[in-house]
Design a protein around this ligand. Structure first.
Ligand code: AMP
Length: 425
């Protein structure tokens, strides 16, 4: 079978890597891909938003399965367009992807079905939003309703910051139409974890637990990024909490989406806040996390094609999913200056040496090829991923690999996985 992966980041590189291990796959394509993906798949110069061109490519090439990485094409209806064209595709439909595309939709859904999450109010005008903030005080969280590349949730420690958040989102309209409405949400404290599951609209098949690190600097300091690293398993999610999350969050959400006439097929990713042994929902994503996908795939013991087929054909109840007992971590190496402005075109060295290390895989994100050399071309550049018999061994291997990779201005956190170690003690 020929497979097409849509996207061009570290998550998509790890999907390509999984498909190349499937006995059912004869060729992998990736649109648009990156320099690392180009070494393992045929890259296609089509943008993730150009849905008609992707449909056309899949039809003419006889693609048997398309798997979508990022949220934008899902919220634009890529799954609906492929299905209308009679093409097999893995991902959430436009109606189902609303769970990521609109925070107002999701908060209302959670409230209506009694699924645990923080209390909230929705506003479509800055005046009433500001008046409400005066009553709630801070800390408080102000969120743009729509997609904002991971930057639309502003955690405000003071009332002044909250008022500025209203200005940025609703008046300056920094996130465009995504800021037509805001959710003002209770500030939740605790430990965060990512809970990902496959769903075929009826059955929920959970993945192993994981945790990411959003802030740019060690100790979770500095502004949020797309994600600076992740690890699996996440010991904060105990067996009991895992079951609670399935029973009170994942299964009810899939049932709620079905009741709303938006059957949920694809990956359902819950961002959780855990406190006193209870999980509450911070957000939902309609796709694999980036960088959570990279360590999760390193531990997944199975054929991704089989699982995606079972989701598409709505027979996920027939599938089991095994995980290697070991641990894995992904350390993201980013351009100097990220998440602010950064340069491009810096030559990266040490990639082959790192990739040759035991149980290490370097997934590419923002890379390009220039004159036969791999250069930087984005904010997040690489996801250096390793596994080991436990978290300390995985950490050691990933950082040894990071040590041999260099370019001018490279930055990465030195404490990925440290939270897991603290909990082990
Ligand atoms: P979101 O895009 O909604 O996941 O938010 C991004 C990040 O903001 C989360 O990973 C949390 O670190 C933080 N955050 C979001 N909502 C809350 C909340 N209600 N309380 C505390 N922190 C939050």
């Amino acid at each position: 079978m020929k497979v097409l992966v849509v996207g061009g980041g570290g998550r998509e590189h790890s999907m390509v890597w999984m498909f190349n291990q499937s006995s059912r796959v004869e060729k992998v394509y990736c649109a648009p891909g990156n320099a690392g993906i180009a070494r393992e798949a045929e890259t296609v110069h089509i943008d993730v938003e150009d849905i008609p061109a992707l449909v056309n490519f899949a039809r003419t090439e006889g693609i048997g399965l398309t798997a979508v990485g990022p949220e934008l094409p899902l919220t634009l209806g890529i799954v609906d367009a492929f299905e209308e064209a009679g093409l097999r595709i893995f991902g959430a439909s436009k109606a189902a992807a609303e769970i990521e595309g609109s925070k107002v939709f999701t908060k209302n859904l959670l409230a209506r079905y009694g699924i645990p999450s923080g209390s909230y109010q929705v506003f479509s005008e800055p005046g009433p939003a500001r008046a409400h903030l005066k009553q709630t005080g801070a800390p408080i969280v102000v969120k743009a309703d729509g997609l904002a590349a991971g930057k639309g949730a502003i955690v405000c420690q003071t009332l002044k910051e909250a008022e500025e958040a209203i200005q940025i989102i609703m008046e300056e309209r920094r996130f465009g139409d995504a800021g037509d409405r805001v959710v003002i949400e209770e500030f939740l404290v605790g430990e965060e974890a990512s809970f990902l599951a496959f769903s075929d609209g009826k059955t929920v098949l959970p993945m192993a637990t994981s945790q990411d690190h959003k802030p740019i600097f060690d100790g979770d300091k500095g502004p949020n990024t797309g994600g600076m690293g992740a690890y699996s398993p996440a010991p904060v999610v105990t067996a009991e909490l895992f079951q609670q999350t399935m029973d009170e969050i994942m299964i009810p959400t899939v049932q709620a989406m079905a009741s709303e006439g938006r059957p949920y097929k694809g990956v359902l990713y819950a961002g959780l806040m855990i406190k006193d042994g209870k999980a509450r929902v911070l957000e939902f994503n309609a796709r694999f996390g980036d960088p959570e996908a990279q360590p999760l795939f390193m531990r997944m013991d199975g054929d991704l094609v089989e699982i995606m087929d079972a989701v598409i054909d709505e027979r996920l109840d027939e599938v089991t999913l095994d995980w290697h007992d070991d641990a894995s971590i992904c350390v993201v190496m980013a351009s100097g200056g990220y998440p602010g402005s950064y340069g491009k075109g810096k030559v990266i060295t040490g990639l082959d040496e790192a990739d040759a290390m035991e149980d290490v895989k370097v997934f590419h994100a923002g890379t390009a090829e220039k004159d036969g050399r791999i250069v930087t071309s984005g904010g997040r550049i690489l996801g250096v991923t390793a596994k080991g018999k436990d978290i300390p061994e995985a950490i050691d291997r990933a950082y040894r690999a990071c040590d041999v990779i260099t370019w001018d201005g490279a930055q990465y956190r030195s404490d990925i996985g440290a939270k897991a170690l603290r909990l082990f003690k």
